[in-house]
Design a protein around this ligand. Structure first.
Ligand code: BGC
Length: 267
């Protein structure tokens, strides 16, 4: 994809799942990638191994890479992470706000500490990182890109996941607001919204019965892969998406198409 070669990229939550696939994809595109993790130091090292293999396969050498520990919900961690990445790479062009978590439970019973934690990571964390990236782009009078890993649940209500849907619809508000605010500064901000994806956040991926049940509800009849999400993140960050800002691209096999209407039932 155009415009990703030699770009400096920070991917949050890149020690597993979609974040890991994004880091690998950017390395294959010839970008220098910083792999943020919170607890998974070993997994982050595996991401780096996969990145190196992917760039070698693509015939690219001399790429910089690094791991960087930070809890994205903590302001001091985020500041330190950006300082570390920018001083190691000599700059930053692209931020991928991917770190996130989800919890399930009847909304009237959710312990508030769990709710707070999810909002802190999914929404506050994404904003803290966006704020830091934008400040960097502006102070260097440079172009910049922010891509947010949202969810179909920024749109689709999801009972028992109220905090998660709130955090992702908040992310939609953030994407659109920041995109408008910084459009004249050559900073593009977009989201992609995965549907059911085969990553560790979805333990059902290893349960054939549950997986089949979930996939029967998806118009395309299957889950998405982390690589399919990474491809869209790469596209949105690339110059091929140069005129797109403030948008959410749904990558969901049709989940947002009101699947219950697939066969006529309204008469
Ligand atoms: C959630 C998954 C869920 C998918 C579709 C994602 O945002 O993280 O757990 O399977 O949306 O509902």
């Amino acid at each position: 994809m155009r415009g990703l070669k030699n770009k400096n990229v920070l991917v949050t939550g890149a020690s597993s799942g979609i974040g890991q696939a994004i880091a690998v994809r950017f390395a294959a595109e010839g970008a220098h990638v910083a792999v943020n993790y919170y607890k998974g130091e070993e997994e982050a090292a595996k991401t780096i191994e996969q990145m190196r293999a992917a760039s070698a396969t693509a015939g690219i050498s001399g790429l910089k890479d690094m791991t960087v520990q930070a809890d994205v919900s903590k302001e001091e961690d985020v500041t330190a992470m950006f300082e570390q990445v920018i001083s190691t790479f000599g700059g930053l062009d692209i931020l991928i706000n991917n770190a996130g978590m989800q919890i399930q439970g009847a909304s009237h019973e959710i312990p508030i500490e769990k709710f707070d934690k999810m909002i802190d990571i999914n929404m506050r964390g994404a904003f803290l990182c966006a704020r830091q990236a934008i400040a960097h782009f502006l102070s260097h009078s440079q172009a910049g890109v922010i891509i947010n890993d949202s969810s179909v649940h920024e749109l689709i209500p999801r009972p028992q996941y109220v905090g998660y849907t709130m955090s992702k619809s908040g992310m939609r508000g953030m994407t659109r607001t920041l995109a408008l605010e910084y459009a004249r500064d050559n900073i593009r901000i977009n989201s992609f919204a995965p549907g059911a994806t085969l990553t560790p956040i979805n333990p059902w991926k290893d349960d054939p019965q549950k997986k089949a049940d979930i996939e029967s509800r998806i118009p395309m009849g299957r889950s998405g892969t982390p690589e399919e999400m990474a491809a869209v993140a790469a596209f949105l960050a690339s110059d091929d998406a140069a005129y797109i800002t403030g948008q959410t691209l749904f990558v969901d096999g049709g989940l947002t198409l009101f699947p219950s209407f697939r066969t006529p039932w309204t008469g």
